[in-house]
Design a protein around this ligand. Structure first.
Ligand code: 26W
Length: 800
């Protein structure tokens, strides 16, 4: 069997495999099996079929001596695995037939799987899409991350307020991981650096064991598989005992306590950075374990350390693993006796750094005393790297550098230890050059490159939207899943009224399903004929959910003032979590829920406006909502959203975008055509100009009677009658600060929403536009993105 021949089993083969696992793995007979038992048996039956291509790919990589890519990320937001794996192996239909043939509900079995939520949002989901595309393209590689015991918290609403509960995905057995007790490394922290015979020796005072758990990542059609290796912390018991015997009982318990906390929980902060010691330890834990593993594999291949860059490409997903540069230098110098100059040269050739945010509050900086105490040897090496960079770049301005004002700046460190630095959309990359690293860009021309983000069409179209996928295949034939530019062939069909009807039908089917789900879960009846207007993403001021809800209130007010007029019925759907400590974001959540309560109970409004905010937005909920959306809200303050990837998922699924010129919206609009995109708002440079007016907020509000009315209603307590002052702070902030310019963009946003209504009122126009969006989104496949990384950053080729 070669890598390329995967033969899809019949439903009958699968049925036998499932029953075998039900009996012998789960120890249940079919009459007494629970949904969980069925799900596990099905997962094992599918997993069995991944193992062979997985081994074959690993073997081929060894035999051909191929360069491997190592994607280091603190987050992998994977979601559910079962159905995705079945689809990539080409056996969803057979699996479904088998399961249903045994009297089980396919959706119940699939939906029994908990989301693997080892990430916060965009950055983590991108890592998951990239793993899938690397497997699809046959790019040999590994993802390295942390096996958090608790992923992103679960969200509930109580009286409209967000309440967090711990997530527990490992409560049940996880069928997609393989424990690798033999792949374990000791990771040190703290302690001291001693000089012995002119050499630095780091003697850590705390150690933990990093133990590997592997998940196979199967590509499209099962032609290649890679590994996602997640590290779990365990105590190093031997060390314990030695200290215990010396009577040092408190210290003896330390490794155990540290190990228990290290991989316990994912930090739920998205775009705000806090210099917490445990977080630094997590970052080093991941990075050190990964690098030990990489070096071990390299040496096991019989290669010399000098040749590392020919065999190893390491990508740092943001600065979170940016200790990789110093750690690699430490390994090469302290453990293998290489010179510093040679070590840093090798490190730079191996490393790449992807930047995912320009927000100053999200840029990692560690206090030198903290870095020096947790990683004393690395602190020395960081200073050495900084000095080396200054020496080799004597023109470097005095204010540029890694160590400044008693802090280690991880962005600068990642930049100078990487041979390529990339942004995640064209606009974002331009802003990195202009605003974030202008001096380093001048010193290292060509180092900064762009790789616009992408999404995997297997999960985000083929799996989550079977209705549209079927129509596409019927219309243009097979093969678009792995060559998304093929969707262009839909373009001529857009003029065919029959095709447009079919396109609208597919959307309608998804909307019906969503309406049923919302009725079931939320107890809210919505009209599937209404426009589904969706904003789902982390709650953040820069993403401007506030602008959306302010406009919603204005719309409600307008309906009440003028109930006889003709309105396009709309359902406003929100989804998203706030970081637990982010009070302003939590206030916005509560406002949305408060407004929903009032609007949904207003008999005057009826079906013309509904607001739904299902709690606990996650990957699985996105898979439900996106295929059913008519309108995609991508309304961040220009210059703030690095790329966005939800924006791509919506447009691919035939939703139209209302959006600002921010992140990848710019490129989406170019691809789908300006006439098929509802643009509004200030541009990034206009935003900077506008902020120079210290009274921009007041000026903008005075320009808009509608906004004044809205703010008045909120301030009067119309949405918080039990506590009229609840939103005084928020309204005050709107008048006196409004850093993210909701007021300045309010009227433009409202006007764009009127345009949206006008288009929706004309189905022929709407469905032409929607279908053209789908047809022209090929560029945003993560296959294209990964191909870009392979040729421009990693220097690797497909093994297929
Ligand atoms: C250390 C605290 C912290 C944690 C996470 C700071 C910053 C982050 C991430 C960089 C935030 C993030 O997820 N950024 C998003 O990355 C996506 C993938 O590139 C982009 O599409 C989003 O625009 C960007 O906000």
């Amino acid at each position: 069997m070669t890598v390329k021949d995967v033969i899809a089993p019949s439903a009958d083969d699968l049925r036998q495999d499932i029953l075998r696992h039900l009996t012998f793995t789960m120890g249940k007979d079919a009459d007494h099996a629970s949904v969980y038992d069925w799900r596990m048996a099905l997962s094992f039956a599918i997993r069995d079929r991944i193992v062979e291509p997985w081994f074959a790919a690993t073997k081929q990589t060894w035999e051909q001596g191929r360069k491997r890519v190592y994607y280091l990320s603190m987050e992998f937001l994977i979601g559910r695995i079962l159905e995705d794996a079945a689809i990539n192996l080409g056996l969803r239909a057979a699996a479904r037939e088998a399961i249903e043939g045994m009297g089980q509900s396919w959706s119940a079995v699939v939906e029994d799987e908990p989301d693997a939520a080892l990430g916060n949002g965009g950055l983590g989901r991108l890592a998951a899409c990239y793993m899938e595309s690397m497997a699809t393209l046959g790019c040999p590689g590994y993802g390295y991350g942390i096996r958090y015991e608790h992923g992103l918290f679960k969200q509930r609403f109580e009286g409209g307020r967000q309440v967090e509960a711990p997530e527990d995905w490992l409560k049940q057995r996880h069928p997609w991981e393989f424990e690798r007790p033999e792949a374990a490394y000791e990771i040190g922290f703290k302690g001291a650096v001693e000089m012995r015979a002119g050499k630095a020796v780091w003697i850590p005072s705390e150690t933990v064991l990093a133990e590997a758990f592997d998940m196979p990542v199967i590509g499209w059609k099962g032609r290649w598989a890679n590994t996602l290796r997640l590290w779990s912390a365990k105590p190093t018991t031997m060390f314990d005992l030695a200290r215990f015997n010396h009577g040092d009982y408190a210290a003896a318990a330390e490794p155990e306590a540290l190990a228990r906390t290290l991989s316990r929980v994912l930090y739920p902060d998205d775009t705000t950075y806090q210099g917490k010691e445990l977080r630094l330890k997590q970052e080093y834990f991941l990075t050190a374990a990964a690098l030990h593993d990489i070096i071990r594999r390299h040496l096991a291949g019989g290669y010399r350390l000098e040749d590392l860059p020919a065999h190893v490409a390491i990508q740092m997903n943001d600065t979170h693993p940016a200790i990789a540069g110093p750690e690699l230098v430490r390994i090469l110098v302290d453990l293998y006796g290489m010179s510093f100059e040679q070590a840093i040269e090798i490190a730079v050739k191996c490393l790449g750094y992807t930047n995912h945010t320009l927000l100053p509050e999200a840029l990692e900086r560690w206090a030198c005393y903290l870095m020096g105490s947790v990683l004393p040897r690395h602190m020395q090496i960081i200073e050495q790297i900084d000095a080396w960079h200054l020496k080799t770049n004597p023109n470097r301005p005095h204010y540029v550098g890694v160590v400044k004002h008693q802090e280690v700046r991880m962005g600068e460190l990642a930049f100078i230890t990487a041979h390529k630095v990339n942004g995640v959309s064209a606009l974002h990359t331009k802003l990195i050059k202009q605003n974030l690293f202008p001096e380093l860009d001048t010193l290292h021309p060509g180092r900064i490159v762009n790789q616009t983000n992408g999404i995997t069409p297997r999960r985000w179209l083929r799996m989550s939207n079977p209705a549209l996928s079927r129509l596409i295949t019927e219309t243009i034939g097979e093969g678009w899943e792995a060559d998304l530019d093929k969707l262009r062939a839909l373009e001529p069909h857009v003029e065919d009224p029959g095709f447009r009807d079919d396109f609208a039908d597919a959307k309608r089917r998804n909307k019906d399903a969503l309406a049923n789900w919302i009725a079931r879960e939320q107890g809210i009846k919505i009209d599937p004929a209404a426009m589904f207007d969706v904003q789902i993403k982390r709650i953040h001021e820069y993403k401007r959910q506030l602008l959306n809800i302010l406009q919603t209130i204005a719309q409600w007010h307008e309906i009440r003032e003028n109930p006889q007029a003709d309105y396009q019925p709309r359902v406003k759907i929100f989804g998203g979590k706030a970081a637990p400590g982010y009070q302003t974001a939590k206030e916005i959540i509560r406002l949305i829920n408060d407004v929903a309560t009032v609007v949904n109970a207003d008999p005057l409004v009826g079906d013309r406006l509904r607001i739904v905010y299902p709690a606990n937005y996650n990957v699985s909920m996105a898979e439900r909502l996106i295929p059913a959306a008519d309108l995609s809200e991508q309304i961040s303050t220009a210059g703030k959203e690095a790329s966005g990837t939800g924006n791509m998922k919506f447009a691919l699924n035939g939703a139209l975008t209302i959006g600002t010129l921010d992140g990848a919206n710019v490129e989406i609009r170019e691809e789908v055509g300006a006439e098929n995109f509802f643009l509004f708002g200030l541009t990034a440079s206009e935003v900077m100009e506008r902020r120079k007016d210290p009274e921009h907020a007041r000026h903008a509000i005075l320009q808009s009677q509608a906004l004044q009315d809205v703010l008045q209603m909120i301030a009067e307590g119309r949405f918080s009658p039990d506590e009229p002052t609840r939103y005084h702070g928020l309204v005050h902030n709107m008048w006196h600060s409004d850093y993210f310019l909701c007021a300045s963009d309010f009227e433009a946003y409202r006007a764009a929403q009127v345009e949206v209504d006008r288009a929706f009122a004309d189905p022929e126009r709407w469905w032409r536009m929607a279908a053209l969006n789908t047809a022209r989104m090929g560029f945003f496949s993560s296959d294209r993105a990964i191909q870009g990384y392979m040729t421009e950053i990693w220097g690797t080729e497909s093994a297929l």
